[in-house]
Design a protein around this ligand. Structure first.
Ligand code: DQA
Length: 145
């Protein structure tokens, strides 16, 4: 089973960017936590980060073909990225939306997610561990169905 881990704009800056909201782990640290967990779950991961919505759309069109699910932190695209939403919908894959910060406790423009209604669920505010919980949930759900 292959799970896609997709990160949107500015998440390449984790570790340096506003640690009070996003913590001190870098994206590479998060990737290594996830790879460790994936190994124990016996699943393959494919990682992708881009600051460009179209590049994420291209990636999803290609990589979703042999994937079983997606963990996505779309960054700011969460709040307005309609072409990203359409691309995720088009994959037909189950996915979990992750945010490091609690978007519902922040500025009002962050409260709305254009992808949430398509997601299995959303994890927000639990920091980098949210990615692990999302992976655990996805793998368990996919294996059960
Ligand atoms: C974020 C929350 C978004 O509002 C923000 O634009 C991000 C990161 C999070 O992980 O908390 O870039 O998705």
């Amino acid at each position: 089973m292959k799970v896609l881990i997709v990160n949107g704009p500015n998440l390449n800056r984790l570790g340096m960017r506003d640690p009070s909201q996003y913590g001190s782990e870098t994206l590479a640290d998060i990737e290594s936590h996830l790879r460790e967990r994936a190994e124990s779950l016996g699943v393959e991961l494919d990682f992708f980060q881009s600051n460009h919505e179209g590049a994420i759309v291209d990636y999803l069109q290609e990589a979703s073909q042999d994937a079983a699910g997606i963990v996505v932190n779309a960054g700011a695209l969460t709040h307005y990225g309609i072409s990203l939403r359409d691309a995720i919908a088009d994959t037909g894959l189950p996915f979990v939306e992750v945010h490091l910060s609690n978007i519902h406790a922040r500025e009002e423009f962050r409260h709305h997610s254009v992808i949430a209604s398509l997601a299995k669920g959303q994890i927000a505010g639990l920091g980098w561990r949210g990615y692990l919980y999302a992976l655990d949930y996805l793998v368990e759900t996919i294996e059960r169905t």
